[in-house]
Every structure is written in C-alpha cells, then in structure tokens.
Design a protein around this ligand. Structure first.
Ligand code: ADP
Length: 272
C-alpha cells in the first residue's frame, strides 16, 4: 500500500516537474522571440532616423541615369550618335545604377529580419561598413575616419549586424551632438585598439558634450536630452554588447570638447 502511494506521488511529481520545465522552455522561447523582435525594431528605428535623406541620395544616381539616357535618345534623333557617346553613357549609367543598387542592398541586408547568430567577424570591417552606410544615407555626412591600431589578426565572435547596429547608434548620436557646430567640429573618429586581450572600439566626436553628472545616466532607459528623443538607443546598445560578453562606457573626449563612446569585446583570435 505504502509503495503504491509513493509510486503515485513520484508519478505526480514527475508530471508536475515536466509541466513546469515545458512552461519554462516556452517562456524562454517567447522571451528570445520578443528580444529578436525588439532588436529588429530598433534596427529599423536607427535606419529610420538615418534615412531622412535617403530619398535624396538615391535621387542623385537616378537623375544622372535619366540625363545620360535622354542624351543618347536626343543624339539618336538628331542623327549624331557616336560610338564614343554610347560607350560613355552606358558606362556612366552602369556605374550610377551600381551605386544606387549598393545603397539599397546594404540597407536591405541590415534591415532584414533574422535570428541572432555568432560568427567570426573583423571589427575593422564592421567599422568600414558603418562608415559606408552613413556616407550612403546622409546627404551631408560628416567625415568619419577609421584608425585601426590592431597589429595582429583580431576576430570577435559576434552577431555582425548587431555590432553594426551599435556602431550606427553611436555614430548617429555623435552626428546629433555636432550637427549645429562649425563643420570642422563635425568630423568623427572611430579608433579600434587592443585592450587587455580584448578589442575596444571608440567613437569620438567634438560635439556639444555632456555635463559630468549626466554621464552615469546615459545607459538608463528613457534618459534623453533631445526634444524628440526616446532614450532607448544606448540601453539597447548596452544589452547587445553585454550579451556578447563585452562592456560599453562613455567619457568626455580627452583632446577637445565632445564625447568618446567606447565598447570592448572579447577577442576570439588576437596575435600581435
Ligand atoms: P536618444 O538619442 O533617443 O536621446 P540615446 O539612448 O541614444 O537616446 O541617447 C541618450 C542621450 O545621451 C541623448 O539624448 C544625449 O543627451 C546623450 N548622448 C548620446 N550620445 C551623445 C554624444 N555623442 N554627445 C553628447 N550627448 C550624447
């Protein structure tokens, strides 16, 4: 009798345990899904903020293509269409179409919905990609210089699109902070350097900077000093970097007014 009761209890407890494990798995899957959705939305939001000028940027190559095509038609109608004119027009049209296509491709690649991954990525290549996106999307993009001080082969194990998203957020904020200043203060630097077996990326601007007492609150949700700001960009950057085993911080620019936003990531391969 006792054994039967014990067995019954064991069965019941096992069933309860199985149920609670299944519920936990379900909750975890839901959380992962929500997190992926949030990251996707925040990627779209940084694109939205950057792409105010995108229509203008795409308009330029399209106008050039139209002009060349019309020139060929006009010359054909008037009977003075030379072989050189066709070659020149075709090569310019192809070049401009590739330029426009490149911009669209980059944006589609960045904005597409996908699962988080971990792959070997080169931090300098991500910085380069961020610069290309910024230059492609902004009509009056500031100069963005990249100083790569890594001597060896340094790869990080990361989700490249997420790290790119962090860099774009930092660059967008830096542009916001220097937009109304003289043009020489709008230039940005991205410095990549080894830091205690890690790789650090710094985005350095010469913008309006921040008061010392504001700096500790930067990564808190809803901290914003912009009239239309959401205060979510930096907290999302922090979530992404910490999920990669990294750290993100901000300090005043050491050399001039402005700020330096930095993050470090563990190096997968670092040989001097
Ligand atoms: P949002 O851009 O919507 O305000 P963020 O979380 O990206 O949200 O930024 C929070 C705040 O941090 C900004 O409102 C701004 O005050 C400050 N900030 C971020 N980057 C810089 C920077 N490079 N220079 C000066 N202030 C900055």
């Amino acid at each position: 009798m006792h054994t039967v009761r014990v067995e019954h209890q064991v069965h019941r407890r096992t069933a309860e345990l199985r149920e609670s494990l299944a519920a936990r798995d379900q909750a975890e899957a839901k959380m992962r899904e929500s997190q992926e959705q949030m990251e996707h939305l925040s990627r779209l939001s940084v694109l939205g903020e950057l792409s105010g000028n995108l229509a203008h940027e795409l308009n330029q190559p399209l106008t050039t293509i139209g002009t060349y095509a019309r020139t060929v038609l006009r010359r054909q109608e008037s009977g003075n269409l030379t072989q050189e004119a066709i070659t020149e027009a075709s090569s310019e049209i192809a070049k401009e179409a590739e330029r426009a296509g490149g911009i669209v491709q980059r944006i589609r690649h960045f904005a597409r919905k996908r699962l988080a991954t971990r792959e070997e990525v080169n931090p300098a290549m991500i910085a380069e990609e961020a610069r290309r996106l910024i230059v492609g999307m902004l009509a009056r993009a500031p100069e963005v210089s990249i100083e790569n001080q890594l001597t060896g082969n340094c790869q990080v194990l990361a989700d490249g699109a997420q790290i790119l998203q962090v860099l774009l957020n930092l660059i967008k904020n830096a542009i916001d902070a220097s937009r109304d200043l003289p043009v020489e203060r709008q230039n940005l630097r991205i410095v990549i350097e080894p830091l205690d077996n890690r790789v650090a990326l710094h985005v350095i601007d010469q913008g309006i900077g921040l008061e010392a007492e504001q700096i500790p609150h930067l990564f808190e949700p809803f901290f914003t000093t912009k009239p239309d700001g959401l205060g979510l960009g930096l907290p999302i950057c922090k979530t992404i970097i910490e999920a990669h085993g990294g750290r993100i911080w901000a300090e005043p620019n050491q050399e001039s007014p402005g700020m330096c936003f930095s993050f470090s990531l563990p190096c997968h391969e670092l040989s001097a």
